[in-house]
Design a protein around this ligand. Sequence first.
Ligand SMILES: NC(=O)c1ccc[n+]([C@@H]2O[C@H](COP(=O)([O-])OP(=O)(O)OC[C@H]3O[C@@H](n4cnc5c(N)ncnc54)[C@H](OP(=O)(O)O)[C@@H]3O)[C@@H](O)[C@H]2O)c1
Length: 429
Amino acid sequence: MSKLRVGIAGLGTVGGGLLKLFADPSSRVNEKLELVAVSARNKSRARGADIGAYRWFDDPVELAGQGNIDVLVELIGGSDGPAKRAVETALGRGAHVVTANKALVAVHGVALAEASEASGAKLLFEAAVGGGVPMVKALKESAAGSRASAVAGILNGTCNYILTEMEASGRSFADVLADAQRLGYAEADPTMDVGGFDAAHKLTILAAIAFGTRPDFEHVRVEGIERVSLTDIRLAAKLGYRIKLIAKASLVDRGVEMHVRPALLAYNHPLANVGGSLNALVVDAEPSGQLTFIGRGAGEGPTAASVASDLIDLAEGRAGPAFGRPLTQLASAPRATPAERGRYFLRLLVKDRPGVVAAISDRLAHENISIESFLQMPVQDEPAVPIVLTTQTCARAAIEAAIAAIAALEVTTEPAYVMPVEQSGLRWG
Ligand SMILES: NC(=O)c1ccc[n+]([C@@H]2O[C@H](COP(=O)([O-])OP(=O)(O)OC[C@H]3O[C@@H](n4cnc5c(N)ncnc54)[C@H](OP(=O)(O)O)[C@@H]3O)[C@@H](O)[C@H]2O)c1
């Protein structure tokens, strides 16, 4: 049987890693596939592997439209622009697509799956979520016999690296971010990562597969890690918690609730010890029970290996529908935004005056909020003192009302910051 002919659009970090796999005769990717064409912006840039044997295209859309390839591997990035046009072109003419582009799949997943089903070409994106960790396939295939009720993960390695480093080194968010940018762990424009949007793209994809629903990126409530301070990390640690950026989707009230936000995790939470740039996913499913996946969520080698695994699936005839089921079987689940209840961590920067703490406690009590623990950061010669507290279970609306009442006291010097304390299970409390 003849080999599947592959064209790669994008030869950066991931594309370069894939070039190396194609250059390695012992890699399984070479058994049933053959790299024939490549595209990037700059033909003369060194790629870590010789590209002289492959046909070069300046334009990835032209590469995708070429009758000469059976599979387009899209590794350019971005939810629109040349990546989208190249993928649409390939699917439109019946060429399979393998991509690592979570933004594209999260935002345009339904339209791309429609194009794939219309032409019969497959659309695969294992590398788009969790880098080298097989989260997409695990949910699509291995967990298909169970019914998932919630998925929660640490899905952005940059944020996890920054939070881990802040805790370990005692340096500020801005300091660690600048370092991460210097080391190449963070983009020059870090908004997609630290703003939580990259994790939201990945969560959109995972929720669609886990719950059998249409991907709905617009529905994810997104909050990044920009406001997490060293004080929060230190005081949370004294209380027995670690702060992580958690991406979580749950089936509630027959709808889907999705959010990305920083949260406190007790040290025995399954995600609390996932450090550095690692990614992890916990799935609540029945009857399988809780499942946990962990590994390297980014980088040339792990991500290229996931792309290669999709290519091998294609070549061996194992590829199914993009989101695990045909589009007609994917429900348009109602968007749920349940009245949230739980325990919360509240940080306040208060003026150093007698009676302030009593006044704050009074406002919390007025909203029926019980304080579970309270800590004050010792400071010298500062006009304001950081205090943090955790609450017993209460309504989020009550916390917001108390924050408004505390602000009206004019005893704080900056807006209060609130984070949820995660339950050790994944369901809402
Ligand atoms: N990096 C990771 O660890 C990782 C992990 C998981 C998923 N992903 C996803 O994988 C995709 C690629 O990421 P990456 O980190 O490899 O990106 P990257 O290093 O920035 O590489 C992007 C590549 O696309 C090429 N390109 C950009 N615009 C182009 C255009 N208009 N026409 C042709 N080629 C163009 C660039 O060409 P030049 O080289 O000539 O400039 C470069 O080769 C993204 O969707 C990303 O989200 C990345």
